[in-house]
Design a protein around this ligand. Structure first.
Ligand code: CUA
Length: 366
């Protein structure tokens, strides 16, 4: 006889595992969540092809093994008065079969893997070289031949092979753009490289995928794939020195930037950097801000940057941000240590006026 309490426990166990399983499955359906199966380029689509191949092989193995198991349970179940089953000690035919069949299956997986690796080793087509530097915790992108440096956003033209040199000055990170390319570790002192290609325009999320410290989860970036024409336009804009806005608040923000600790860590071409080719002083550990206004992320994606959410009004000592609570750049400059604990931006407290002027300046850096 079973105690009712055990029946209750069993039912709850079932409910809890069902909920956990469902949340696991539905958790993958978050809005805008990038999927390795929703591919936008040849590298990711070949990797997805290998994923499906291995999944089908594994499914076949599962179905066959479970079918044999269930058949054996039913066929050889204990019946009333059934005699002791025949005892066997070794069966050459069966043992050879269950050695050869898995070997063949694993060999098929090996062939599929090697085939995919080789078909991804030789990219064809026009190539753009980008040096990717992983910082704690944001990504720097140097287009060395084009004399452009940006952060958090890797802009590429569709159809071109993007060859990336992965470098880290600190710990091991990992470069991953699920819809475009699989993971490649970024190892200090070891130059890893990889490549990818975007077949369609779009905005593809990238993420550091090797635990690298406190803000590993906030080490995000985007690959922005543009048409060839749009890319060339973007590139020409990025090659220019920073804009000199005539807006009084932006000018006050620029003056603040130049005469305070900002210049120690951040370079702006035309302000404290001669050109994108000039080697920045070693102290400049923060992102190059020359075209900050054209980017979408703040500090490795801990916040989104949308100029329309930050309206600066007033001037001089009355400069202020109208919608302070919805302005992410205000939040960041007001208290970077609480927005992204552990980050390197050690600035003293700024007044709301100073922040408004800096926001006006940064917004003008398109
Ligand atoms: Cu960088 Cu995780």
């Amino acid at each position: 006889m079973r105690m009712p309490i055990f029946r209750g426990v069993k039912r709850w166990g079932f409910v809890i595992s069902a909920v956990l399983l469902a949340s696991l499955l539905l958790g993958a359906c978050g809005e805008g969540s990038p999927s390795i199966l929703d591919t936008a380029g040849p590298v990711a689509s070949k990797e997805a092809g290998l994923f499906w191949f291995i999944l089908w092989v594994a499914t076949g193995v599962f179905v066959v093994v479970e079918a044999i198991l269930i058949w054996s349970i039913v066929r050889f179940r204990e019946r009333p008065n059934s005699p002791l089953p025949k005892q066997t000690h070794g069966n050459n035919a069966i043992e050879i079969a269950w050695t050869i069949v898995p070997s063949v299956v694993l060999f098929a997986v090996l062939i599929g893997t090697i085939y995919t690796m080789f078909s991804l080793s030789q990219p064809a087509g026009p190539t753009i070289n980008v040096k990717v530097v992983a910082h704690q915790w944001w990504w720097e992108f140097d287009y060395e031949n084009a004399h452009v440096t940006t952060a958090d956003e890797l802009v590429v033209p569709t159809g071109a092979v993007i060859h990336v040199d992965l470098q880290s000055q600190n710990v091991i990170h990992s470069f991953w753009v699920p819809q475009l390319t699989g993971k490649t570790d970024v190892v200090p002192g070891h130059n890893n490289t990889t490549w990818f290609k975007a077949d369609q325009t779009g905005y593809f999320r990238g993420q550091c995928t090797e635990f690298c410290g406190l803000q590993h989860a906030n080490m995000e970036f985007y690959v922005k794939a543009l048409s060839q024409d749009d890319y060339q336009t973007w590139l020409r804009g990025q090659q220019l020195a920073s804009q000199n806005s005539s807006n009084a608040n932006a000018q006050a923000g620029k003056a603040y930037f130049m005469h305070n600790s900002c210049v120690g860590c951040h370079g702006i071409v035309g302000v404290n950097l001669q050109s994108f080719d000039a080697t920045p002083p070693a102290s400049q550990i923060g992102p190059n801000l020359t075209h900050f206004g054209s980017r979408r992320l703040i500090a490795g994606g801990v916040l989104q940057w949308d100029p329309s959410t930050c309206v600066v009004a007033g001037s001089g000592n009355n400069a202020h941000i109208v919608n302070q609570d919805s302005c992410n750049l205000y939040k960041w400059l007001h208290d970077p240590a609480s927005v992204k604990p552990g980050n390197d931006m050690n600035i003293g407290p700024l007044s709301d006026t100073q922040i408004a002027q800096l926001v006006a300046y940064l917004e003008s850096l398109t």
